[in-house]
Design a protein around this ligand. Sequence first.
Ligand code: ADP
Ligand code: MG
Length: 262
Amino acid sequence: MQPVAVNPELDHVPAHHIGDRVIIAMEGVQKWFGDFQVLKDIDLQVRAGERIVVCGPSGSGKSTLIRCINQLEQHQKGRITVDGVELGRDLRTIDTVRREVGMVFQSFNLFPHLTVLGNCMLAPMKVRGASKAEARAIAMKYLERVRIPDQADKYPGQLSGGQQQRVAIARALCMNPKIMLFDEPTSALDPEMVKEVLDTMIGLADDGMTMLCVTHEMGFARSVADRVIFMDRGEIVEQAPPEEFFANPKSERTRNFLGQIL
Ligand code: ADP
Ligand code: MG
């Protein structure tokens, strides 16, 4: 197998500190949709500060896996613990988890009738009880961080896809999450906008954010991930640091998949 070409435009993220603390723990997690089993016995531990890329064929359960971590979906067997809180014990765990876990989707999911600023102010006011002035200050801080403070008064429909996705990242950051989940954040973007979003994510990684990213951007995986996970048919088939994952994939299924996307 040929080594994978690194996207030369992506900056390399330097080595960083990963704590010993496990911030997400999944043990024997199983989930069905009707009689279709979408997650089969998932065991996964993510340590604080760790950056994980999840890849795998369409329909393999990647979205469901990360949606279970912030309780957009409920698992039926096994245990998921996020920052010490076991999910599903009672309804309050949903609030706790939504506060600590930010999520960015493929399709941005911004509120079209609110301005960029309004989108970013909503959660701090509704969930954290921030005043309007406080929420505005928080929102502007993160819009600056994703480098679009000048778009604050526009509506999502007036922005490019790349800008909308950066707003979605800023909006998630406004909750000051401990963990960020990304579900194919660049898949809906025109090619020329992919880099601006990946660069924003690299900036977050650089700041030490714990990140779980479903993406097929293997250049990003190479330069940012501490660990790459390959899923197929509801299982974690293989996981390894990127150097090892790309140079020496162990399973036939992983090799087939990499052969198709690279
Ligand atoms: P991936 O993100 O890897 O493409 P998903 O987690 O979205 O995979 O989906 C895994 C499988 O579960 C697919 O076969 C999909 O059709 C099915 N699935 C996902 N969401 C639902 C749902 N809400 N109801 C029924 N089936 C679903
Ligand atoms: Mg998906």
